[in-house]
Write a protein that binds this ligand. Sequence first.
Ligand SMILES: [Zn+2]
Length: 143
Amino acid sequence: MDNIIFMLAALAQSRKALPECLPNPPVGCVNVDVQEIVAQGYTQVPGKHHAEADALKRIQGKGFNFLKMYVTLEPCSFHGRTPACALAIAEDCRIHEIYVSILDPDPRNNGQGLDILRKAGKTVYVGLCANEVNTFLNQYLLR
Ligand SMILES: [Zn+2]
């Protein structure tokens, strides 16, 4: 049940991204320490932070032992206008578990973001609140 609450919090964040984030998809992210949200983020204007980087920025320099990240879309695996979020998460030893709601159908990503996270030893769960997230996010995804 808690997991659902946190993913819905990430979905609520993602709605704040519009319309400034376009043409990037509006994504939301929350980081959770034990049962508490310690950082939230969403997709900024193109060239600025994606949701994951936005949330990580808010806990920069802070020590956490075991963070869970909830993000509405698979973290990007490619360096576009910004560095790949999946690499940033993979390198952050505070993040242990990542809950991804839906896969990114963008052919530059499409499972590769998850691969990066898993190869870095992170535990990755996919599909939490997928219906709710898809209803909002689907229309903005690149295919
Ligand atoms: Zn990204």
